[in-house]
Design a protein around this ligand. Structure first.
Ligand code: WAQ
Ligand code: MG
Length: 260
């Protein structure tokens, strides 16, 4: 019975898929995904990632890599950010709501504008752009790759209880977005995040911060547009490497508790 008393071992499972060759050889990014799994659940986790990439609206991949590795550092638990919905009738309205929320979170106007220009130069990112609000410039230069946040998840049962409680759809996409936003915003250097999908049929995005929570915006781009966005506005570029380590290596499990 000693085994049952120990904390369960988790594995980080990651997937990336592309078309016209692997990403590093100029292939088009199709899909990526990250999960935490117990040993017994590995097959199921890998299948979820496989399904995600094999039937993707950005196209069929001709390159895919799935890998898992045991996590031997402690896993931190976080509560999901509170969620609010902002209805937008047009892209212009949605973008203006996003801009206002970013300013409310403490991102200066110049940073919002410059980050936007930076984004336009890289329409094929598979990770996030880090943008420092002090120097008003992109940091952590990774070009097309961006920084990919990893090692985070939310156990399905707990997520579904949360979704039912708030009358939200039990969608894998919403779960993944809220998990990522919660992890990113929990770091003290993060001021805010701006995101919308690169999937042509998905136009809802969000602005998130510790202060504002997860502010969903129902329209941030036009249908058919394959340009996505993920920008983390940060303050504290002098501690860039520990920040990137947190995003890539710190394991986070989201745990919801009712009535809290
Ligand atoms: N780490 C860093 N950047 C990422 C990650 C990650 N783990 N996953 C995705 N990205 C970046 C990458 O550049 C993608 O091109 C871009 O974000 C969009 O990713 O209904 O579906 O997975 O409330 O297409 C938000 C709204 C949906 C959900 C976001 O993003 C809702 C979405 P996607
Ligand atoms: Mg996508």
């Amino acid at each position: 019975m000693v085994k049952a008393l120990r904390e369960e071992t988790f594995y980080s499972v990651r997937m990336r898929a592309s078309q016209n060759g692997p990403h590093e050889k100029g292939g088009k990014h199709i899909s990526g995904g990250e999960q935490l799994s117990t040993y017994d659940n590995l097959k199921q986790s890998i299948n979820v990632l496989l399904d995600k990439a094999l039937s993707h609206s950005r196209g069929n991949p001709d390159f895919m890599q799935i890998q898992f590795e045991m996590i031997d550092e402690p896993i931190k638990k976080l509560k999901p950010l509170p969620i609010e919905i902002n209805e937008a009738g047009s892209v212009e309205e949605g973008q203006s709501i996003a801009r206002n929320l970013l300013e409310k979170a403490g991102v200066p106007t110049e940073s919002i504008e410059k980050a936007h220009r930076e984004l336009m130069e890289h329409s094929v990112l598979r990770g996030a752009i880090l943008f420092d609000i002090r120097s008003c410039s992109r940091i952590g230069d990774r070009n097309e790759k961006g920084v990919r946040v990893s090692r985070m998840d939310w156990l399905t049962g707990d997520f579904e209880k949360w979704a039912d409680h708030y009358n939200m759809s039990r969608s894998q996409r919403l779960k993944e977005a809220l998990v990522l936003a919660t992890k990113v915003s929990a770091h003290p250097a993060t001021i805010a995040e701006l995101c919308w999908s690169d999937d042509p049929e998905y136009i809802t995005g969000y602005v998130a911060s510790k202060k504002l929570g997860y502010q969903r915006i129902t329209k941030l781009k036009e249908y058919g547009d394959e340009r996505g966005c993920r920008i983390f506005f940060v303050d504290g570029s002098s501690h860039l490497q520990p920040y990137i380590d947190y995003l890539e290596r710190q394991s986070i499990l989201i745990q919801w508790e009712e009535d809290e």
